[in-house]
Design a protein around this ligand. Structure first.
Ligand code: SF4
Length: 512
């Protein structure tokens, strides 16, 4: 006879208040290959001498810096960037509890540690970790791939200061002041003595006050129209403080064109992430990294939106950190400049860095344009070019130009001797008279060498590897780790966060 199945549900035992003979240890509850163990093991192996020096003796006891560092790195590895969420994790999450040894620092302590104690030491910690990864064979410094991305600052995008607006306002003030000055001269019917040149390139509030005083003195007791009177009173009251404010803002700006008032170190830049599709500039920082096997081996934070001018200091920071240079550096055309080629040459680094016309050249290699300056023949001994009709182009001059970094380029000028009546003049140039070309001979030489390298077997290999080595790292940071905006303000603190995110990225690669 068939046995009747029970229709009653059967539950597993549930006794919340059950006493354990031996309470379970957190250690047992953490899986053997969990990423938290990687964070713990790696950070346990590094020296934190400099970090310890940040603590002064005496007073109350402090939470151990090693514990706080592990907790922060593990938080960044888990996309937890808020100190309050980290504090909650330390109370609720067994991985955090195990890592912290049941210590429970509050969000203020976590924040103070992150933004004050880690200042100026995070890069050293990062480098120590990379050195461990080199030892374990995960990464090498021989061949590095460099690229940059912009990350939004923790700053208000609607409260900005523009260098251009300051210059325009100063120009307007200058012309208004000049008008008032000539009005004062007109009604006094003589030139005002001790006339200082009103030059807003180097204006200071005292100078402006002196100028306004002289105008006020000249028109004193005279019948002047109400409009002028009002203008003069406005200028006297408002302008000195206005000029002072402009001077201070220009100091903050330095070489930049803009900054946000809520993070004065952040510069307005065009971001790749433009969800509104309106091309709006946002306050941010330019993050430069060098990678090997998708592991970050160097990072630097810049206030300039263009990658070209960042390579010099990025490489210098690499050399300072490791006391050695990479053998090979690969980067895209955004870095191909005379200054960068020179820096790499000086450090004895083999450059596989495209110049801006390289891709176009390759696409059109079957249709060589014999008329462009790059394709004209240059005779080094005679220092002259030959035009497409074989006419000699002699040097007629030279000049120098300086970039934002203060790097000086030498430009040489050459001219054809007789273009009149040339049958191909229409396709050759549109200038009046004989064709003039301006050439940077040093850059031309660099380009020739680089072209040869980029087209070599190694060059093809490196060019293929670049987009799969460095670019996915930005993808991981921005989209997997959802780190699209800094949480701290000011370049020093942004640098700390960059260090933490770079360490977290590297350890997550190892853990994977
Ligand atoms: S137009 Fe002048 S520079 Fe051009 S090919 Fe003719 S002669 Fe030479």
């Amino acid at each position: 006879m068939k046995k009747q199945l029970s229709t009653h549900p059967i539950f597993k035992p549930y006794q919340q208040d059950q006493q354990y003979f031996l309470p379970p240890s957190l250690e047992e509850l953490i899986e053997k290959d969990h990423p938290v163990r990687v964070v713990n093991a790696v950070i346990d192996r590094i020296e934190i001498k400099e970090l310890k020096k940040k603590y002064k003796g005496g007073g109350t006891t402090s939470f151990h810096p090693l514990m706080l560092l592990k907790v922060l790195v593990y938080s960044y590895l888990n996309n937890i960037y808020s100190s309050r969420k980290i504090e909650a994790g330390l109370k609720e999450n067994i991985h955090f509890m195990w890592l912290s040894g049941m210590n429970k620092p509050d969000h203020n302590t976590i924040n103070r540690f992150r933004s004050e104690r880690l200042k100026d030491v995070i890069k050293e910690i990062f480098i120590e970790i990379v050195k461990l990864l080199i030892e374990s064979g995960h990464v090498s410094l021989k061949e590095i791939y460099t690229d940059g991305t912009k990350i939004e600052a923790n700053a208000n995008k609607y409260t900005f200061v523009w260098g251009k607006a300051i210059k325009t306002n100063l120009k307007k003030m200058e012309s208004q002041l000049k008008e008032l000055w000539s009005y004062a001269e007109k009604i006094t019917e003589k030139e005002i003595e001790d006339k200082e040149e009103i030059n807003f390139e180097s204006i200071d509030p005292e100078k402006i006050e002196r100028t306004i005083d002289k105008i006020n003195e000249a028109v004193k007791g005279k019948e002047i129209p109400k409009k002028i009177k009002q203008k003069l009173s406005y200028v006297t009251k408002k302008w000195p403080s206005q000029i002072k404010k402009y001077n201070e803002q220009e100091q903050i700006l330095g070489q930049r064109n803009s900054y946000s008032k809520t993070d004065t170190d952040a510069t307005f830049m065009r971001m790749k992430e433009d969800h509104m599709l309106n091309g709006q500039l946002k306050p941010g920082y330019n993050l430069q990294i060098s990678t090997n096997e998708q592991i970050i081996v160097n990072y630097s934070i810049h206030q300039s939106p263009t990658d070209t001018t960042t390579l010099k200091s990025h490489i210098e920071s690499f050399v300072e950190s490791y006391k050695e240079t990479p053998k090979v550096l690969v980067a895209d055309a955004g870095y191909g400049s005379e200054e960068n080629y020179e820096v790499l040459e000086k450090h004895n680094i083999e450059a596989y860095v495209k110049y801006n016309s390289f891709d176009k050249e390759q696409r059109k290699k079957d249709k060589v344009d014999n008329f462009t300056v790059d394709n004209l023949y240059y005779n080094k001994e005679k220092d002259c070019f030959y035009c497409p009709m074989g006419q000699k182009m002699n040097r007629i001059g030279e000049y120098k130009k300086e970039n934002k970094n203060g790097y000086t380029q030498e430009i040489k000028v050459y001219q054809a001797q007789r273009c009149e009546g040339c049958p191909i003049r229409g396709v050759c140039h549109k200038q009046e008279g004989n064709r003039i070309i301006q050439v940077n001979l040093k850059l031309r030489e660099y380009k020739e060498k680089i072209r040869e390298k980029l087209l070599s077997e190694d060059g093809i290999k490196y060019r293929k590897k670049r987009p799969v080595d460095v670019e996915p790292v930005f993808g991981n940071i921005k989209y997997n780790k959802k780190f699209k905006r800094f949480n701290l303000r000011g370049i020093k603190k942004v640098d700390i966060e960059t260090g933490l995110i770079a360490i977290a990225h590297n350890l997550s690669k190892i853990a994977a």
